[in-house]
Design a binder for this molecule. Structure first.
Ligand code: TYC
Length: 106
């Protein structure tokens, strides 16, 4: 956004600051990766449980990951993305599945 001169034609030379002083926080994509061992139903359950998807949405996204290798499951602030990744990795590990979840700056 560019700074603007004071309007009104009198040209007083007063510069009004219109640029916001605070930038929007960066966003992070959370990705789920395919592997050959994690059961499809487990991935569907993860997507429902940690990303609030319906069963139909979760099943469709799981199939996308299965076919394409990976997919973005959501976009979040750094702290939320980090928490989601940690929750998924912990849950997968506790069930002894090699499911991988990562984050990437948008
Ligand atoms: N490829 C797995 C299978 O055939 C299913 C799967 C889907 C695993 C998505 C991980 O992120 C994943 N059992």
């Amino acid at each position: 956004m560019a700074d603007k001169e004071d309007g009104g034609g009198s040209d007083t030379g007063v510069k009004l600051e219109t640029r916001p002083k605070t930038k929007k926080p960066p966003l992070y994509k959370v990705l789920i990766l395919n592997d050959d061992y994690t059961p499809m139903e487990f991935v569907v359950h993860v997507l429902e449980r940690f990303f609030g998807m319906s069963h139909a949405q979760a099943f469709e996204l799981m199939l996308t990951v299965h076919k394409k290798g990976l997919a973005v499951v959501g976009v979040f602030s750094f702290e939320i993305a980090e928490t989601k990744v940690a929750q998924v990795m912990d849950f997968a590990q506790r069930h002894q599945h090699p499911l991988q979840c990562t984050m990437e700056k948008e």
